[in-house]
Ligand binder design. Structure first.
Ligand SMILES: [Fe+2]
Ligand SMILES: [Fe+2]
Length: 216
C-alpha cells in the first residue's frame, strides 16, 4: 500500500510499530551497528519518498536488515541447520554472509513481519538478485550510502546518483563491491555477480550502446 493511501490511524499505528521495532533491534545490536541501522532506516525512507515507495515498509526493512548481524557465525550456522535454511558453499566458507538470510527468517519469526516484499528486501540486501522490487533496490542502496558509511570509493557520486537513477546507483555499487572483493581477496558470493550481469545487461540495453567490459 502506498503511503498516501493510508489513513491517519494507520499512519499512527505504523509509527508506533516502528518505535517498538527500533527498541527491539537496539537490544540485539552493538551501538555502532545500531547507528548504521538507523542510518539505513532513514536513508531508505528518503529514497521511498523520492521513488513513491511505501515509506513505512522501507523503514521497517531498513530497521531489520541487519537484525542478525550481531549473531556469531557459529550460531548463524546452527540456526540455519535447525530451521532448514539452505546454506551455499560460499556462505559456509564465510558465514557472515548468512546474516541476510537469517535476518529474513528472524524478521518473520521473531519480529512478526509478514510482508513478503519486506522479507525479500532483508534476505537480498547483501548481494541483490535479478529483477529486484523497488523496495529491495531501496534497501540495497540505502545500506551502502547511509550517512555513517565513510570508506567506500565514489560514495559522493553514488549518493547523488541514488536520488537521480536508482538502477544506475545499484549497478555502481555492484561494480565497486565486485572490484573491492576481487582486489582484497574477500569472499565473493556468486549472486553479486549474477545481479551485476543482470543490471549491466538491462542498463546497456536501455542505453542502446554497449557498456565497458566487466570491472577487473
Ligand atoms: Fe548487512
Ligand atoms: Fe547493513
Amino acid at each position: 500500500m502506498k503511503k498516501d493511501k493510508k489513513t491517519n490511524h494507520e499512519k499512527k499505528r505504523g509509527g508506533h510499530e516502528l518505535k517498538k521495532l527500533r527498541k527491539a533491534v537496539r537490544k540485539v545490536q552493538d551501538s555502532k551497528r545500531y547507528e548504521h541501522t538507523v542510518g539505513v532506516e532513514y536513508t531508505a525512507a528518503a529514497l521511498a519518498m523520492r521513488y513513491g515507495a511505501d515509506m513505512e515498509a522501507a523503514q521497517t526493512a531498513g530497521l531489520l536488515h541487519d537484525c542478525a548481524k550481531c549473531i556469531s557465525d557459529e550460531d548463524k550456522l546452527a540456526l540455519c541447520k535447525k530451521n532448514h535454511i539452505p546454506v551455499t558453499e560460499s556462505e559456509r566458507r564465510s558465514p557472515f554472509l548468512l546474516h541476510a538470510k537469517v535476518g529474513g527468517w528472524l524478521a518473520q519469526t521473531k519480529y512478526g513481519i509478514e510482508d513478503r516484499d519486506i522479507l525479500n528486501a532483508i534476505v537480498h540486501h547483501t548481494t541483490g538478485r535479478e529483477n529486484m522490487s523497488l523496495l529491495e533496490k531501496i534497501i540495497f542502496v540505502a545500506d551502502y550510502i547511509e550517512p555513517g558509511r565513510k570508506s567506500a570509493p565514489n560514495l559522493d557520486s553514488i549518493r547523488a546518483l541514488a536520488f537521480r537513477d536508482l538502477d544506475r546507483a545499484l549497478l555502481c555499487i555492484l561494480e565497486d563491491t565486485l572490484s573491492y572483493l576481487r582486489s582484497s581477496g574477500g569472499e565473493l558470493d556468486p549472486m553479486t555477480e549474477i545481479t551485476w550481469q543482470y543490471y549491466h545487461g538491462i542498463l546497456a540495453q536501455n542505453d542502446g550502446r554497449p557498456k565497458e567490459a566487466e570491472p577487473a
